[in-house]
Design a protein around this ligand. Structure first.
Ligand SMILES: [Zn+2]
Ligand SMILES: [Zn+2]
Length: 79
């Protein structure tokens, strides 16, 4: 069984994923990039997604979501 992960990706103001290069201060290096506005996390095991303007806040909710998979395993058919 694959390990459940939730990937955090930077997104633009229109919620498209930013794959551009940015400087260490977060400024876009490429002219095509409108700038990063937020971060979004998506779960590999369920349709859960969450967006936050700060990465630290998103890591927190990401971790608590992953913990919910540990305490509540994939639903099994009731006997
Ligand atoms: Zn970008
Ligand atoms: Zn999930």
């Amino acid at each position: 069984m694959a390990r459940i992960t939730a990937t955090i990706k930077p997104v633009h103001a229109d919620h498209t994923v930013c794959t551009h290069k940015v400087t260490t201060t977060g400024k876009p290096k490429e002219a095509a990039c409108p700038g990063r506005a937020a971060y979004t996390a998506t779960c590999s095991a369920c349709p859960w997604t969450k967006t936050s303007t700060t990465k630290a806040a998103l890591e927190y909710v990401r971790d608590s979501h992953l913990r919910s998979h540990l305490t509540k395993p994939a639903p099994t058919r009731a006997v």
